[in-house]
Design a protein around this ligand. Structure first.
Ligand SMILES: [Zn+2]
Length: 292
C-alpha cells in the first residue's frame, strides 16, 4: 500500500508530523510526506460553514475536536503564518528519516477554494512559490507533488510539466496512468484509491470502533492501493487509531511504501485523462481518473 501523508497546516506540521515520524519509525515504515509551504489560511474554511453540506460534515466529523479551534480560526481574523519559515527543520527531517518528500501547496486554502477561478498565470505563481519554497528548505528539488484537496485541472498538469518530477498524485482513481493533455502524454499520476478519515467517519454506520476494519476491507489484493492520511488527524487526535490501523494491516500481510516505490517502468504505464466528479463524504468536486 502506498502511504501518503498530507500536511495542510502549521499545527499539523509542528505537532502531527513529528508524532507520525515516531509511529512510522517504530514500525520500520517509509511513506510520502506532502507539505504545505506558504501561509496557513485554513481557518478561512470556516466561511464555508454557510454551505449546509459543509456544516453537516463539520458536525459529523466533530471538526473542532479533530482539528482544534486554532486551526479553524486561522486566517479568519489575522494573516496566516508561513509554515515553511517556521517548520523547515521538520520538513528536512522527513527526508533524513528516509521518507519521500513532495509539494502539497503554497496556500492550501486558496488552492482548494479558488482554483476554478484562477488564471493560468495565477496557477503558475502558486505552483512556482510552492516548488521554490520547498526546494529552498530541502536543498534539492522535490521529486513529486500532490494537489491540495484533489483540486486539479489540465492547466495545472500542463504547468507542472515545467518541473521534471517523477510523478504527481493529483486525483482519486484506480491505477497509475499518464494523463494526455492536448495530445501530449505527461508525467505519471499515482491516484489515491482509498477514502480519507473524514470521508468515511459518521457515514453508513462507520465509527472509530469499526473504522479500521471498514478501511482495510477496501484494500484490493493485486491492485493499486494508495491511502492518504492527514498530519492534522492521524498525527494528532486519531494517532492511536492510526497505530491500530498499521498493526491490523500488518496482521493482514499488508506492507507500506512511499508512492514513488510503486511506479513501474514509465513505458508500461497506460494513458488516461482527468475529470471532475463528486465523491461521497467530500464537499464540492474533486479531480478523478477518467477513461481515455
Ligand atoms: Zn491537503
Amino acid at each position: 500500500m502506498g502511504l501518503r501523508i498530507d500536511v495542510d497546516t502549521l499545527r499539523g506540521t509542528r505537532h502531527g508530523v513529528p508524532c507520525l515520524f515516531e509511529i512510522l519509525k517504530s514500525r520500520g515504515i517509509r511513506a510520502s510526506f506532502f507539505f504545505s509551504v506558504g501561509p496557513d489560511n485554513m481557518g478561512r474554511h470556516l466561511w464555508r460553514l454557510v454551505r449546509p453540506r459543509f456544516l453537516l460534515k463539520m458536525i459529523r466529523s466533530n471538526a473542532a475536536s479533530l482539528y482544534g479551534w486554532d486551526i479553524l480560526l486561522r486566517g479568519v481574523f489575522w494573516p496566516g503564518p508561513m509554515i515553511g519559515e517556521k517548520c523547515g527543520e521538520i520538513m528536512r527531517q522527513a527526508g533524513k528519516d528516509g521518507h519521500e518528500v513532495g509539494v502539497h501547496a503554497w496556500d492550501h486554502h486558496k488552492w482548494q477554494a479558488k482554483l476554478d477561478r484562477m488564471t493560468p498565470m495565477q496557477i503558475r505563481t502558486e505552483i512556482d512559490l510552492s516548488m521554490h519554497g520547498l526546494t529552498k528548505i530541502l536543498g534539492f528539488e522535490p521529486s513529486c507533488s500532490a494537489s491540495a484537496g484533489w483540486r486539479c485541472n489540465e492547466a495545472v498538469l500542463d504547468i507542472k510539466e515545467a518541473y521534471s518530477m517523477q510523478y504527481h498524485s493529483d486525483c482519486r482513481g484506480e491505477g497509475i496512468f499518464r494523463p494526455v493533455v492536448s495530445g501530449i502524454t505527461l508525467t505519471p499520476q499515482i491516484p489515491v484509491t482509498l477514502p480519507t478519515y473524514d470521508e468515511l467517519i459518521g457515514r453508513k454506520g462507520v465509527s472509530d470502533a469499526n473504522y479500521n476494519d471498514v478501511l482495510l476491507d477496501q484494500v484490493q489484493t493485486g491492485k493499486l492501493n494508495v491511502l492518504t492520511i492527514h498530519a492534522e488527524v492521524e498525527g494528532m487526535a486519531k494517532s492511536g487509531l492510526f497505530e491500530y490501523f498499521l498493526d491490523e494491516a500488518a496482521g493482514r500481510g499488508i506492507t507500506f511504501a512511499p508512492l514513488g516505490d510503486l511506479l513501474p517502468d514509465v513505458a508500461s504505464i497506460p494513458r488516461g485523462r482527468i475529470a471532475d466528479a463528486e465523491l461521497g463524504g467530500r464537499d464540492g468536486l474533486v479531480c478523478v481518473q477518467a477513461a481515455q
